[in-house]
Design a protein around this ligand. Structure first.
Ligand SMILES: NC(=O)c1ccc[n+]([C@@H]2O[C@H](COP(=O)([O-])OP(=O)(O)OC[C@H]3O[C@@H](n4cnc5c(N)ncnc54)[C@H](O)[C@@H]3O)[C@@H](O)[C@H]2O)c1
Length: 252
């Protein structure tokens, strides 16, 4: 552990899924600034390329986490991998009655199957690393019920459970943790406001702020710095943890 310069990741390669936007983008920035070589895996290649052009030691990778052939094609080109951040995710708004089978499958395919498939494909490389770690991006929706987020809550509950299961199976070989953010101001939330509350955005924005007892939504860079900590040697004793970062939401 280097106490003078904590949270350094020189010599390590990190893959961030959904790395082209929001929490993923800020995670790319934080890990690259700490010395890691960062691979930006995203379906949105123009955004991944544009981000990579700004950040030294970062590279775009065409990756659809819901497509096994896309995952195989991206990962087979890598010769090493030390850090996997399973961040790619999509939302769905609705109660069980408002959730069609297609909606359910769509959310599960990206948020659950995506974590399963990418982790599976990355395991052989991670197991060859000196200090491998996985950080899954869950959500408070995986810890508590959130109104009209039936499929999303179920998917993030599965991310929490997959983290625990991996932590049990790979203890001492791969560190595995989960970050569970409250509402974070990213394009994910902006798209939600645009789709469901186009004519009342400011009112709903205030409601989103109020869900966090501290009175505001999170910033994606705040989540990214927790991810950075979890990837660093300073977090060597942290394993199988669900880290809420939610302005107090789950403390209530
Ligand atoms: N924003 C929030 O309030 C919030 C809160 C808790 C958890 N989260 C979780 O954080 C993660 C990131 O969310 P965000 O707010 O930064 O979202 P975002 O929409 O800003 O970014 C998501 C990125 O994932 C990519 N992506 C989507 N589907 C993909 C796929 N099949 N394969 C590869 N890439 C794909 C998108 O192109 C995009 O670049 C998600 O897992 C989300 O569930 C977000």
């Amino acid at each position: 552990m280097s106490s003078n310069r904590p949270f350094r990741l020189e010599g390590r390669t990190a893959l961030i899924t959904g790395g082209a936007s929001g929490i993923g983008e800020q995670t790319v920035r934080a890990l690259a600034a700490s010395g890691a070589r960062v691979l930006i895996g995203d379906i949105n290649q123009p955004a991944a390329q544009s981000l990579a052009s700004e950040i030294e030691n970062s590279h775009p990778i065409q990756l659809d986490v819901s497509d096994p052939s896309s995952i195989a094609a991206s990962l087979e080109r890598l010769d090493s991998l030390d850090i996997l951040v399973n961040n790619a995710g999509i939302g769905h708004v609705g109660t069980i009655e408002e959730c069609s089978l297609a909606d359910w499958r769509n959310v599960m395919k990206v948020n659950v199957e995506g974590v399963f498939l990418v982790t599976c494909a990355a395991l052989p490389l991670l197991l060859k690393s000196q200090r491998p770690c996985i950080v899954n991006i869950g959500s408070v929706a995986g810890l508590v019920g959130v109104n009209r987020r039936f499929a999303y809550c179920a998917s993030k509950g599965a991310v929490v459970s997959m983290t625990r299961s991996l932590a049990a199976d790979y203890a001492g070989r791969i560190r595995v943790n989960c970050v569970c953010p409250g509402t974070v101001g990213t394009p994910f939330v902006e798209a939600y406001l645009e789709k469901y509350h186009k004519h009342e955005k400011e009112e709903v924005r205030q409601q989103l702020d109020a869900r966090q007892p501290i009175g505001r939504v999170g910033k994606p860079e705040e989540i990214a710095h927790l991810v950075l900590y979890l990837c660093s040697d300073e977090a060597e004793f942290v394993h199988g943890s669900m880290m809420a970062i939610d302005g107090g939401w789950t403390a209530l």
